[in-house]
Design a protein around this ligand. Sequence first.
Ligand code: TYD
Ligand code: MG
Length: 462
Amino acid sequence: MSAKSKSVFVCSACQHQEPKWLGRCPECGSWNSLREAAPAAAPRSAARAEEAQSVPLDAIQIREGLRLDAGIEEVNRVLGGGIMKGSAVLIAGEPGTGKSTLMLQLASRVRTEGRTLYVSGEESPAQIRLRAERLGVTGGRIEVFPATELAAVLRTCDRLKPVVLIVDSIQTVYSEDIGTVPGTVNQVRLCGQELIGWAKTHGAALFLVGHVTKEGYIAGPKVVEHMVDTVLYFETGSSGIRLLRAVKNRFGSVDEIGIFQMGDAGLAQVENPAALFLTRRDGELPPGVVAAPVYEGTRVLLVEIQSLVVPAKGGISRVFSDRIDAGRVSRMAAVLEKHLKARLADQDLYVNVGGGLRIAEVGIELPLAMALYSARLNQPVPALTAVVGEVSLAGELRPVPHLDRRARAVAEMSFTRLVCPAGGMPEGPGRAGVAGAHAEFAGLRPAATLAEAVRACFTATA
Ligand code: TYD
Ligand code: MG
């Protein structure tokens, strides 16, 4: 290529650019990750864009039926109420999570009169057919196209006019205009742009599958994240549980998670997700274990926080926690140290969430603090006690939204008490405070401070 002098080397792990090749990326430290990338070719969509004109806001027509029913409730939920036509979704996950399985199931269940085109550069049509038979998927409307060359894919799209277009995976597609090696940053960017452009102009829903490395990088497809409307991460929890989570969504919130169980017939919806992450035990709990009703999107899930506290080697405390932010664990440890005189500064703190759910909700703070306290004192929290609440640095408890719904969920799971913040939320939706929660559950134990919560938690069940 004549543009040699202008080409750059881009790290396939973190997209860092260098003017010359290096064995190791100076940005993220990955070895052998730099790839030569020619300056991006002008995309064909640029020509299309010229036709576009501005429109007065009031003059924009909202067309009926903009969303398609995915036929899979958990997918609808995560996308914000169905698949948006003319939108692009990146579904990213580690190999083996079940992305291809989910896409094939979606292809067969999506409610549309139009066609679904499944472009696969990963598997042969025979392999796809075998998988489809295993999943019990039949569908005259699903067209399978085992191609990886972009122009061929676009020609097929023009001919078939699919309403749903699935490309599995974006790393296998290449455009001959800029070389024949798929998966480079430039290929992924150009092919992503062209496919998204096609979907937008034809009002089709596009799903791009992207592989993520073990370290969590979307190698290559990171560039696609900025171009698509929605980014979904498909993650593996424990014992066959799969979690679908939106990390970016132009058409809905990013709080919702979809929960599936991988079984013999593919991915199945979970009947009672509230109980899915809870470990049922008879009798006394081990120390360090606390149940918590967390609010994920629009539903309450009961989870088990597990913590282990052991003397630190060399006296320097470390936090091992990948399901709850380690900074939050350190903060709770500091608050316990200051306000309850629990000695944690010379301990290693291990924290886990049963079922492998990652939790970012603030309501997890009080149960986390109680789990650490229970582990440190080697004293179990009495059985059938659940805990929820935010904890301030001053050791006070702050109210959490939807206490009434959390209380109802706890009652339904036959817990006998819920230790929670005493203060009420300001008025507003989801703000029903302690009074509302009391109406749902008589076992409510409001506490104003961390010290009161400890008293409410560790006394035997009344
Ligand atoms: P797959 O969809 O190929 O994952 P990805 O496309 O994300 O790489 O599914 C991978 C795993 O799922 C594979 O290890 C086998 C398992 N699986 C089942 O357990 N049950 C099934 O019905 C199917 C189709 C797959
Ligand atoms: Mg696959």
